[in-house]
Design a protein around this ligand. Sequence first.
Ligand code: NDP
Length: 471
Amino acid sequence: DKPQIGVVGMAVMGKNLALNIESRGYTVAIYNRTGSKTEKVVSDHPEKHLVPSYTIEDFVNSLEKPRRIMMMVKAGKATDAVIAELLPHLDKGDVLIDGGNTFFEDTMRRNAELDNSGINFIGTGVSGGELGALEGPSMMPGGQKEAYDLVAPIFEKMAAKAEDGTPCVTYIGPNGAGHYVKMIHNGIEYGDEELIDESYNLLRNMVGLSVDEIADIFADWNKGELDSYLIDITADILTRKDDLGSDKPIVDLIMDKGGNKGTGKWSSQNALALGVPQSLITESVYARYISVLKDERVAASKVLPKPEGKIEFDKDAVIEKIRQALYFSKIMSYAQGFEQMKVASKHYDWNLQFGEIAKIWRAGCIIRAQFLQNITDAFDKKPDLDNLLLDDYFKDIAKKYQESIRDIVGLGVKAGVPMPGFTSAISYYDSYRSAVLPANLLQAQRDYFGAHTYERVDREGTFHYSWYKEQ
Ligand code: NDP
């Protein structure tokens, strides 16, 4: 049998995806720029139906037509380089798939360029890391619909399955839509992580609990409405001790400098470009940036005073309030993320299906969580829902938990624990539910110094006030 699909790039992700596809009953052609990696994959898995090639030409020629080729290489220049090498050997109607963490505007450009040569181009988000790639990732493919139909049977088999058995993959939309949705997924992931980390910090440094106690709390939270992969791994992480010999929790020995590969930043930049309030993801990006200033923070900790005085609270009640504040904030973050996708869908003409997007995040990916079902339900009820907060389920949570987050933010500020995620969540909520914001004063200021004009609440038209005329 000729291989039904080929994978270019035999680093962690490509190798595991190839093995995943093979395990679903396909023969998979594999290729890597550095041939020794291809050789190793084959020698490590002699029993698998893998067909190795050591030149691009042999690789392309080995495939069944129309060819399906999935690239899993470093995002950016490497992707362009691989496309340039493949292109002369491809035929019209072949489907090229980029599964890297590519910036969606690059995917839009490549899709348009390749479309001119008659080559279909799918940019697909792949989430779930190394294990997800092997066992079943959540996949977010965008590109020509007819090209997606050619790969859909394979994608549906290789993707993660939600509890109800549905594959965590669906056609997202034209050109860059898939990579866009993956970018928002990653931004939301930054937000989820930040909110969990703030909860941990409050439990540790405000409530004064030990790492072991906090591990138990997260394990307990994972049994309820916060049930999710990230809460689950956090509980596990907090039980782990030093692997180099001491009996300290490993978390206490890990340097507090947050890394990033840029996808959260892209989400924030795009939100700013589209004019969407996306404060929570953006604060999460900033939280990583300020964490990196370790030396400055250590120096500042010696000269800048912390709050004085003791705060009083009931321990058990405050732990429950932190849980509620976390869930409340998570909802604000998703409300913002889906708002951003709504604006993007119109702006780029993608016709995104929000309920379907929440559905394919239920398994396989890093943000998988029980509560995504509630998002799907909300959009099933009302596909043109303006904001998640207006859905009954989410409105009800906001009603039940808003006092808790106010209490926690108040206590946390008094205790001097930084909470950029929690504070931006409650600020977003209060801004969104305010019929009147002080932007009236802002408009007056803009008109005063720059004659920028303003609208009035009591009549139609554009107005300018004579600020410099004596009254
Ligand atoms: P890397 O991002 O580390 O990329 C290494 C691969 O890219 C190797 O196969 C390498 O070939 C190839 N490559 C680099 N430059 C070139 C070039 N100029 N020409 C041809 N090939 C080149 O690998 P990962 O497996 O970690 O990730 C693959 C893609 O998947 C990336 O886009 C990544 O962002 C994305 N991704 C990664 C996840 C993860 O958890 N790691 C999760 C989801 C997506 P060679 O061996 O010859 O150097």
